[in-house]
Design a protein around this ligand. Structure first.
Ligand SMILES: NC(=O)c1ccc[n+]([C@@H]2O[C@H](COP(=O)([O-])OP(=O)(O)OC[C@H]3O[C@@H](n4cnc5c(N)ncnc54)[C@H](O)[C@@H]3O)[C@@H](O)[C@H]2O)c1
Length: 438
């Protein structure tokens, strides 16, 4: 029987020589870039997903992740990347990376996707293989939830039969400067043996790895990062509302504060947070804290409260601006610009503009919307009429709301043709537009 030390050496050699078969479970916004990068550095890679539509798209060379150009997908496929929904393709894996979604169900972490991914991997787990979880989750998941499922067949992580790790994903959709490769990657292992193979694997994929002491620490890193962001956005959002009532320009104050070279980090107000990270991840941490130690995570609760109230605040501001014009929301034509949850992405999941659109419709507005990145057939939820951002549409709207400051929007046209604008991102400041910032 080879001991763990030999198993480590074997797997590290397979990784170094690019003989290790890598499987990535979940080919979404996180999993697809991981699978392609692993292919590009020379591993044989299987991208496994239970969604046949996604697998068919990848097999046909169509990318649904904007940071993954189709030419890159084509090159990866030519190099052997195999998208599949057949679990048999996972056989004899050496390294498995789990990148499935971790949503909330009625405000409670839903780890069923990790459970089912682990179940499929357990069926193929061999001595000496490595499983790494990348999905965002609360501290303790890798050890308490994932490990027992993988051990059901009799192999033991503690005995060094197989290796286990956690490495949070830091991908920032739409960010061309900080990519999967040049963003330092936090890595961890169940024990020292596991950490060694995890380090070898990610060391092959990214420029810099940051090893931490335990999987729980690595799990906390991700939640700390996103809770920090969530809380700071809530801070400037609340301050934006107060500053307006105080008659002070919050945007100028933020610009000036951001000139301090230490101890300050720039966050800007907006119509609320969306996507799959900020509205979800802090809740994972708060849930765990409450469950384990019976305490409420008050910062998270307060940040949720402020950020969730922002779409309603935007609607109130719209109503007030129309009122100034002797108009009501009821019967007004309102053009929303930007339906994604943030600039540079086509991802509309949980975007505040959806809530704003729905509320405006309930109040009787005629809501039209434009987004240069969100696909025209995206199942957005509230039925909004998608229109081009043309001079005619801009001029015909009683009010234009800039919800997302995509670089692709025609800002000069907005300034020239919109009759009244609510700029929730501060993008039009200094451009002489008719309207208000948030
Ligand atoms: N998208 C981001 O910007 C981002 C950034 C950092 C971390 N994360 C985290 O990474 C994880 C994945 O996020 P995402 O945005 O890629 O999600 P996603 O929904 O785009 O992708 C998840 C994929 O996993 C597939 N899947 C679900 N169960 C499966 C199973 N049992 N076997 C195989 N495939 C399965 C789904 O069909 C889907 O295609 C989440 O925990 C998320 O919080 C996301």
């Amino acid at each position: 029987m080879p001991d763990p030390v030999n198993r480590v050496a074997d797997l590290v050699a397979k990784i170094d020589e690019r003989r290790a078969k890598v499987v990535v479970v979940g080919q979404g916004y996180v999993g697809l870039p991981v699978a392609l990068r692993a292919t590009e550095v020379g591993f044989p890679v299987v991208g496994y997903d239970v969604d046949p539509a996604r697998v068919d798209a990848l097999a046909a060379g169509r990318s649904y992740v904007e940071d993954v150009p189709e030419a890159r997908l084509a090159a990866a496929k030519a190099a052997g990347y195999l998208p599949t929904h057949d679990p048999n393709d996972l056989r004899e894996f050496d390294v498995a990376v789990i990148t499935v979604q971790t949503p909330l169900r009625e405000n409670i972490p839903d780890l069923s996707f990790i459970e089912s991914a682990a179940g499929v991997l357990a069926a193929w787990l061999r001595p000496g293989a490595l499983v790494v979880l990348e999905s965002t989750t609360y501290p303790g998941t890798t050890d308490e939830l994932l490990r027992p499922i993988l051990e059901a067949g009799g192999l033991r992580a503690a005995a060094g039969d197989f290796f286990l790790g956690y490495s949070p994903e830091r991908i920032d959709p739409g960010n061309a400067e900080w990519t999967f490769v040049n963003t330092a990657k936090v890595v961890s292992g169940y024990d020292a043996h596991s950490r060694e193979v995890v380090e070898a694997f990610y060391g092959a994929l990214v420029d810099k790895i940051v090893p931490v002491g335990s999987t729980g620490e690595a799990e906390l890193v991700k939640l700390l990062e996103n809770t920090f962001r969530h809380v700071n956005i809530a801070l400037v959002n609340e301050l934006a509302m107060f500053a307006r009532d105080l008659g002070v320009d919050i945007w100028s104050a933020i610009d000036a504060a951001a000139t301090k070279p230490y101890g300050y980090m720039r966050f800007t107000p907006g119509p609320g947070v969306g996507g799959h990270c900020l509205p979800v991840d802090p809740a994972y941490l708060a849930w765990r804290v409450e469950r384990r130690i019976g305490q409420r995570f008050r910062f998270v609760e307060l940040a949720n409260d402020v950020n969730r109230g922002m779409p309603e605040y935007v609607v109130a501001r719209i109503a007030a601006m129309l009122n100034e014009e002797r108009r009501s929301v009821n019967g007004s034509r309102i053009l929303l610009l930007g339906l994604a949850y943030k600039a540079g992405t086509s991802d509309w999941r949980g975007a505040p503009s959806m809530i704003i659109a729905e509320r405006l419709r309930e109040l009787g507005a005629e809501v039209r919307a434009h987004d240069p990145l969100v696909p025209a057939d995206a199942p957005l939820g509230p039925p909004v009429t998608r229109v081009p951002c043309s001079e005619e549409e801009l001029a015909a709207a009683d009010l234009v709301v800039l919800c997302v400051d995509h670089a692709e929007l025609p800002y000069d046209d907005i300034v020239d043709h919109a009759r009244l604008v609510l700029d929730t991102r501060g993008r039009l400041r200094g451009m002489g537009f008719r309207g208000e910032t948030l």
